[in-house]
Design a protein around this ligand. Structure first.
Ligand code: ADP
Length: 163
């Protein structure tokens, strides 16, 4: 059984993330969405809310692909998290050039820490490529409309936080 770990902060979950989750679902039998606790980054949404947003949205992908998708909060090293959930593969999303340098370094260093796990990069559909959680938060804070970037359940929460 192939188990994939898709780690991120998901603050908040975007349509870009969901597109990567859907694409990853073609490749694995079980997908663990690793939600980084990242308190030092002062997330806009609590860990519980970030986990709930993912759980609310992945049900339809689970049904469509007949796979299991679970959320797993983590605070330790990514490689340790992968071992904890018995993942064979780490899934990362790659956007244009901005993600490359960081991801390149992370794969290189993770290989030194553990040679047993491969990282696979997936690209979202062109229409979702520019979406970043950080910008979604900025737009929401300034009162802009984020509905083209996030699922409805997240959009509702962004509006509530703003009000
Ligand atoms: P962000 O970088 O948007 O703050 P995360 O840290 O939660 O989001 O990202 C988790 C993973 O999802 C990373 O591998 C990141 O590159 C990927 N990702 C995020 N948004 C997109 C997108 N629009 N297209 C492709 N991959 C994405």
């Amino acid at each position: 059984m192939k188990i994939g770990l898709y780690p991120g902060t998901f603050d908040p979950l975007t349509l870009g993330h969901l597109d990567i989750i859907r694409r990853a679902s073609f490749l694995v039998d079980k997908l663990v969405v690793g939600v980084a606790i990242n308190n030092s980054k002062l997330p806009m949404f609590s860990l519980e809310e970030r986990v709930n947003m993912i759980n609310e949205e992945v049900g339809s992908i689970e049904n469509e692909f007949g796979i299991k998708i679970i959320t797993h909060p983590f605070e330790n090293l990514l490689i340790e998290c992968a071992q904890d959930v018995s993942a064979n593969v780490i899934i990362r999303g790659l956007r244009a050039v901005s993600d490359f340098e960081y991801e390149f370094q992370m794969v290189g260093m993770n290989r030194v820490l553990s040679s047993e796990i491969e990282t696979v990069f997936l690209m979202a559909d062109n229409s979702y490529q520019p979406i970043a959680s950080k910008l979604v938060k900025e737009i929401a804070r300034l009162g802009g409309d984020t509905k083209s970037f996030v699922p409805n359940s997240v959009q509702k929460r962004l509006v509530e936080i703003k009000d």
